[in-house]
Design a protein around this ligand. Structure first.
Ligand SMILES: *Cc1c(COP(=O)(O)O)cnc(C)c1O
Length: 233
């Protein structure tokens, strides 16, 4: 299937999952995870109407952002090294992987120097998977209190990755836990923290994520096909 066909199939599944859980489909943003894909391939998705893309390597994003039209929206997913922050700028719409204090501090100091307020999501390792990045659920509140003291960070929500090989029931349970955590922490009314977004759901599990209230889903393989570089996680 071409990208046009696979994109419309994914959009249709989003629509159906939303309706099934009584949600407005337009409240769910589809990110096309374009990591490892060429600028030409991303351009085809653009021509099929897709505007929001996610990359996990800063250098790859830098290459693509100059080659794609300016009305693309770029999200950063995956571990962000502190020494790469200097290459980021306002063209990043959302950083999904704020997962540790050293990154918070680097973003804050670079933001202060360059007069940028970084839009972020805090990544949570809700499945407590030792292979995965992210804060443990019980660490998130203290972390948000640190973020609340940062003038150049705005936290818009939480992000998680479902556990590899988990059953549908377990995965749905993890997504529900993240939603409940978000709802509880939003009530703290911390400065610079407005937890409205839930970034959860990928190719294999986005329908369950939508049922549990996901507002951003990150879909790669179902749109672009399998990635060649298997180490690119
Ligand atoms: C690669 C990646 C995705 C997309 O995964 P697919 O299985 O291709 O849909 C989503 N989120 C993160 C954090 C990723 O690294």
């Amino acid at each position: 299937m071409d990208i046009y066909g696979s994109l419309s199939a994914v959009r249709q599944r989003i629509q159906q999952a939303a309706v099934k859980s009584g949600r407005d489909p337009s409240a769910i943003k589809l990110l096309a995870v374009s990591k490892t894909m060429s600028a030409g391939t991303v351009q085809r998705a653009y021509e099929a109407g897709q505007r929001s893309f996610a990359e996990n390597r800063v250098q790859e994003w830098q290459d693509k952002v100059t080659q794609l039209p300016e009305d693309c929206e770029w999200h950063l997913i995956g571990r962000l090294q502190t020494n790469k922050v200097k290459y980021l700028d306002e063209r990043i719409n959302l950083i999904h992987s704020l997962d540790r204090l050293s990154l918070l501090e680097t973003l804050e100091s670079q933001g202060a120097q360059r007069n940028i307020i970084w839009p972020t999501l805090v990544q949570v390792n809700i499945a407590r998977d030792s292979q995965k990045a992210g804060l443990l659920a019980e660490e998130v509140e203290d972390f948000l209190r640190e973020a609340a003291g940062c003038q150049h960070i705005q936290v818009y929500g939480l992000m998680t990755i479902g556990a590899l090989g988990a059953s549908p029931e377990d995965t749905q349970g993890f997504f529900r836990e993240l939603r409940l955590l978000k709802e509880r922490l939003q009530q703290k009314n911390l400065p610079h923290v407005n937890l409205k977004e839930l970034s959860m759901g990928m190719s294999q599990d986005f329908e369950w994520a939508i049922q549990e209230g996901s507002t951003i889903i990150r879909v790669g393989r179902q749109i672009f096909g399998e990635r060649i570089d298997l180490n690119h996680e």
